[in-house]
Design a protein around this ligand. Structure first.
Ligand SMILES: Cc1cc2nc3c(=O)[nH]c(=O)nc-3n(C[C@H](O)[C@H](O)[C@H](O)COP(=O)(O)OP(=O)(O)OC[C@H]3O[C@@H](n4cnc5c(N)ncnc54)[C@H](O)[C@@H]3O)c2cc1C
Length: 320
């Protein structure tokens, strides 16, 4: 069906669309197979038009941000993968007629903007609230879906609202509270399948930030960045592989089980941080199946040694 699909509409929208396109280079782990169709969108209008077209064709779609919290199967993803490159970010003053006693500005960010870049824009404007995000890979949309966080702060602490295309295909503005954020999840994440489907799409968001001392804001962001560089590997990875179990750290348990350096095919447990599985050779070296095999070995050994069942933090997507 996909081979015969008429691509005139997406092409007329100015969308770059290709058949049987590799996804591994678009992910942080650099593994995984191709998409039947890969479309790259750069404007909100293209995103809305493309999703409406896909829905009209009954063509399931999957939004790919920075690919930094997912593990795509070696067989790839069936249907349409939408590579989100909506990248506008700007600071807007609060409209005084709506907020007469509250001058805190908004940071408007489109969902495909790098989260770290959005954070840097706010810091350059002397705004506080997103310093923690300077070292987070991935996009604003991915961060909102997963309620990303670090250093004791998370997306929900500063998000005012979002413009989304809901699961019925309608564009609507939602308040942050409607997104039901919890630890590394949201109402949006609950609606997203691990295969292409007809789920909601985040288009843009507004953060509400505090004006602060630019020196102190910058110093805090630098400190977080330095901490990252000291404690986390730079090789391709998906970040933390497993969630921290109640009252403990997945990395501590994996290290204590003697698994630092354990290998499967082209991937291995990082020697710097045991909760990171790294793919040092990049695209073409490790396979998604290697990562899954190593994850299973880690789960088994940690369970045998400590009776703790580690739950994956990373989402397995596509044709496993
Ligand atoms: C080295 C490293 C360090 C990391 N450190 C942290 C950390 O400290 N804290 C933390 O929370 N995370 C961390 N992560 C994980 C990851 O960076 C975050 O989860 C990030 O927010 C994911 O964003 P993304 O754009 O890459 O999402 P993706 O991996 O592309 O997608 C994740 C999910 O969100 C969906 N999605 C993405 N964009 C949209 C959209 N616009 N609309 C609808 N659905 C969408 C996707 O379909 C998918 O289901 C780390 C990852 C790495 C590689």
């Amino acid at each position: 069906m996909i081979a015969e699909l008429d691509l005139t509409t997406p092409i007329a929208l100015g969308v770059d669309i290709r058949r049987n396109a590799e996804l591994a280079p678009l992910t942080s782990m650099k593994v995984g197979g191709p998409a039947d169709l890969l479309a790259t969108v750069t404007t909100v209008g293209q995103m809305i038009g493309l999703v409406r077209w896909a829905r009209a064709q009954d063509l399931p779609y999957y939004v790919l941000g920075g690919g930094s919290n997912i593990l795509i199967a070696d067989a790839g993803i069936r249907g349409l993968v939408i590579h989100n490159r909506l990248r506008q970010v700007r600071v807007d003053p609060a409209p005084c007629c709506v907020f007469p006693d509250d001058e805190r500005p908004f940071l408007y960010a489109e969902s495909g903007a790098p989260m770290a870049g959005a954070a840097r824009t706010s810091i350059a404007e002397g705004l506080s609230g997103l310093e923690w995000a300077v070292s987070i890979p991935g996009t604003v949309g991915g961060a909102v879906v997963g309620n990303a966080g670090a250093h004791g702060t998370e997306i929900k602490d500063n998000l005012w609202g979002a413009m989304i295309m809901n699961a019925e295909g309608d564009v609507e503005e939602v308040d942050a509270v409607m997104l039901e954020f919890a630890y590394r999840t949201s109402a949006l994440k609950q609606q997203l399948a691990v295969k292409a489907g007809f789920g909601p799409v985040v288009l843009s968001v507004n953060f509400r930030l505090e004006a602060g001392d630019p020196e102190k804001i910058r110093a805090r962001a630098d400190e977080y960045l330095q901490h990252r560089r000291r404690t986390q590997p730079v090789e391709p990875s998906v970040g933390s592989t497993f969630q921290n179990p109640e009252g403990d750290f997945a990395g501590r348990l994996i290290e204590a089980a003697g698994l630092k350096g354990a290998r499967s095919g082209g991937v291995e447990v990082s020697g710097l941080h045991a909760n990171f599985i790294v793919n040092p050779g990049g695209v073409g070296a490790g396979k998604a199946a290697d990562v899954l095999e190593l994850m299973r070995e880690i789960q088994q050994v940690v369970f045998e040694r400590f009776g703790v069942k580690l739950e994956p933090e990373v989402q397995l997507v596509g044709d496993w």
